[in-house]
Design a protein around this ligand. Structure first.
Ligand code: NAP
Length: 333
């Protein structure tokens, strides 16, 4: 099968398009013909051996897929050949076929396109789990979303609105702010692309608080950016606030622990993939709730660019360069 292949550790320029052996479904497994694969920041990390999981090489990156089941293992009854499905995995999505655990292939209703599903299986699943289960976001609360024009960020904006929150979008450029506002953010602001001094950090904290006017604080802060953005954002947390640790494209922050004490707030980790493995029943309930929100029109992935498999490396490079608006999709076949 054709695939975008990582043969050696490195950036997107090390990826090559070539042949990998066709996967064969064993017990409990299915093979899916991939139609579309969403690009995610972990794709940038995994090809450089910087992700928590390291698949053996050669492997195809790509963790968020939609497609059609083409074969099932001998004991599999939950999925059928010909069924449309979506799924997320660690890797393997930027290929003509992917091997999955049958339990991980979620049935895809006819009214969801392969592209929308490939832009949401991991992305919206993460933000829904974060805001509902980890953040306990309530209607009427203020939600501050960092990186609100990116993949999981814009999903958090939409889901936050759907949950009845007032949503403040924080982003690094006007085009990202425009996208966040067009997907429901109540308002937002543009932060600098570099935060490189204590003065810049203090100024950013003041900007987060000003953006959360009139109360000047956020009940829930969704942080998929990290690095020098995290501490200034935490300084805008409300009394009893929840600061959600989602990702670190800008680096892993070191937080002074007096801050959560002073604000009586919680710093809460979000590990969606591990949650779905540990509690598949709860993950299925969330998936069904998300499908209802998609069907109602409350959620609509923002797909800003599509690349064929042959140009998948460019798609990953765009994300690494902080250029992605909403989602980038790799289409296959
Ligand atoms: N915890 C979980 O379960 C889970 C699940 C999925 C993803 N994640 C993590 O969430 C994070 C975001 O993933 P994503 O797929 O949504 O990525 P994405 O679309 O690229 O969004 C990340 C955002 O981070 C900001 N950013 C700041 N510094 C950056 C840099 N040096 N390079 C790239 N972006 C930078 C960008 O927004 P601005 O330019 O506006 O700052 C960008 O839009 C990643 O760390 C990913 O690993 C976590």
């Amino acid at each position: 099968m054709r695939a975008l292949i990582s043969k050696a550790k490195g950036g997107p320029d090390t990826l090559v398009v070539g042949e990998l052996p066709d996967p064969v479904a064993g017990p409990g497994e299915v093979v899916v013909a991939v139609k579309a694969c969403g690009v995610n920041f972990p794709d940038v990390l995994i090809i450089q051996d910087m992700y928590q999981r390291k698949p053996p090489r050669p492997f195809a990156p790509g963790a968020e897929i939609a497609g059609v089941v083409v074969s099932v293992g001998p004991d599999v009854t939950v999925r059928k050949v010909g069924e449309r499905v979506s799924a997320f995995s660690t890797s393997g999505g930027m290929a003509e076929r992917i091997l999955l655990r049958a339990a991980d292939a979620m049935p895809l209703p006819d009214w969801v396109s392969f592209e929308d599903a490939a832009a949401s299986a991991l992305t919206y699943g993460t933000s829904y789990h974060a805001l509902k289960d980890r953040g306990q976001l309530k209607a009427g609360e203020t939600l501050l979303v960092l990186g609100a024009g990116g993949g999981v960020g814009i999903a958090a904006v939409e889901i936050g609105k759907a949950m009845g929150a007032r949503v403040i979008a924080a982003v690094s450029s006007q085009d990202k702010l425009d996208v966040a506002l067009s997907h429901g953010a109540d308002h937002g602001f543009i932060y600098p692309r570099e935060i490189d001094s204590p003065e810049a950090s203090k100024k950013l904290a003041d900007a987060f608080k000003a953006a959360c006017a009139p109360q000047g604080t956020a009940d829930v802060i969704y942080d998929p950016v990290g690095g020098p953005y995290s501490e200034p954002a935490l300084r805008a947390a409300a009394w009893n606030g929840r600061f959600l640790v989602v990702g670190f494209p800008a680096g892993v922050a070191k937080i002074p622990l007096n801050l959560p004490l002073l604000k009586n707030c919680a710093i809460v980790g979000v590990a969606f993939g591990a949650f779905a493995i540990r509690d598949p029943a709860a993950a299925m309930v969330n998936h069904a709730a998300l499908m209802d929100l998609f069907r109602s029109g409350a959620l609509k992935p923002h797909i800003s660019a599509r690349f064929p498999l042959e140009r998948g490396a460019e798609a990953i490079q765009a994300l690494a360069d902080r250029k992605a608006l909403g989602k980038i999709i790799v289409t296959i076949g």
